[in-house]
Design a protein around this ligand. Structure first.
Ligand SMILES: Cc1cc2nc3c(=O)[nH]c(=O)nc-3n(C[C@H](O)[C@H](O)[C@H](O)COP(=O)(O)OP(=O)(O)OC[C@H]3O[C@@H](n4cnc5c(N)ncnc54)[C@H](O)[C@@H]3O)c2cc1C
Ligand code: FES
Length: 273
């Protein structure tokens, strides 16, 4: 983990409120594991001391990139930055996803909105290609579908307004696949053979909770990346804690250091916010 000034190489709109930011950060790029994040200080912000966390979307040679949605003052300011400007980054941070071993589990990735950003490196580095289930409110919330297909993954889309893919929540096609793996035999692409599935998820907390429930009911392993508000990002302030089971009950653990990725069976969902 290093803190360093990083230069913006490009910062372009993807769809609607989503942007792709590419940064020159060779040390971070070399060390990044799937599911880890960057903590960015955005100098033009008045409260620039408060960093913002973003999943590392791609890491290539000298560069890392993030895929972000503008939702507030930090991300609005970030969207106005251009090539050559500098940010301060700490990263790679956090405990990421376990990359499946060759010949092991078949990964089923479940992503909501910008949750796709946390999934790309896992999809790229997994020797087994599986299925990505991606959901969002509208078509513009479905990100980088083509890039996942290019990696050899099957992509299943669901939108809540039905403007693209199946109408409804992303957990619907996931559940259909788990209950009946041949349900997509009619799809234009040949159905993948799903053996020994394992779930990986990143997105809004209600989606993660639903994925955890599906995993429990079908006795599947699941790793989920928790989206909690963060302050320090390095384990000091305790802003980001969630309840996690222990041998004697449960304890709070920090999503910035022990997470953001947890085994779904370890999270105490009844106590979690
Ligand atoms: C581990 C991790 C990885 C993340 N990865 C990405 C990513 O890849 N792409 C991306 O676009 N965003 C990601 N986020 C969320 C991102 O950090 C927030 O959207 C960002 O900090 C908002 O900053 P802001 O100043 O624009 O918004 P603010 O002005 O601080 O807040 C605006 C609104 O957004 C809400 N908000 C702030 N932080 C979060 C959060 N973590 N989750 C949900 N709502 C929030 C606030 O409550 C408020 O309602 C990630 C968060 C975490 C914890
Ligand atoms: S954000 Fe400070 S401890 Fe996690």
């Amino acid at each position: 983990m290093v803190e360093q000034p990083v230069q913006v190489i490009s910062n372009e709109r993807d769809t609607d409120a989503y942007f792709r930011l590419v940064l020159r950060a060779p040390e971070i790029a070399r060390a990044t594991q799937p599911g880890q994040f960057l903590h960015l200080r955005i100098p033009p912000l008045r409260d620039a001391l408060l960093r913002r966390p973003f999943s590392i979307f791609q890491a290539n040679g000298e560069t890392v990139s993030i895929l972000y949605k503008t939702i507030g003052k930090g991300t609005d300011m970030l969207a106005r930055m251009g090539a050559g400007e500098e940010l301060s980054a700490i990263g790679p941070l956090g405990h990421g996803f376990t990359v499946p071993a060759r010949g092991g589990e078949t990964p089923l990735l479940v992503a909501g909105g910008y949750g796709m950003a946390a999934m790309y490196l896992l999809a790229e580095r997994s020797p087994q290609k599986g299925i990505v289930f991606v959901g969002g409110r509208r078509r513009v919330d479905i990100l980088c579908e083509a890039e996942f297909r290019k990696l050899g993954w099957d992509v299943r889309v669901a939108t809540e307004d039905g403007s693209y893919g199946e109408k409804g929540l992303v957990t619907q096609p996931l559940l259909a696949e788990i209950q009946n793996p041949k349900s997509k035999a009619e799809s234009a692409r040949p159905a993948k053979q799903i053996q020994n599935p394992k779930l990986f998820a990143c997105g809004p907390t209600p989606m993660l909770k639903a994925v955890a429930k599906i995993a429990e009911e079908h006795k599947l392993a699941a790793e989920i990346s928790m989206d909690e508000h963060m302050c320090c990002g390095v384990g000091v302030c305790l802003t980001c804690v969630i309840p996690v089971k222990t041998a004697s009950g449960w304890e709070y653990q920090r999503t910035c250091t022990e997470g953001p990725v947890f085994d779904s069976r370890e999270v105490v969902w009844e106590v979690a916010k």
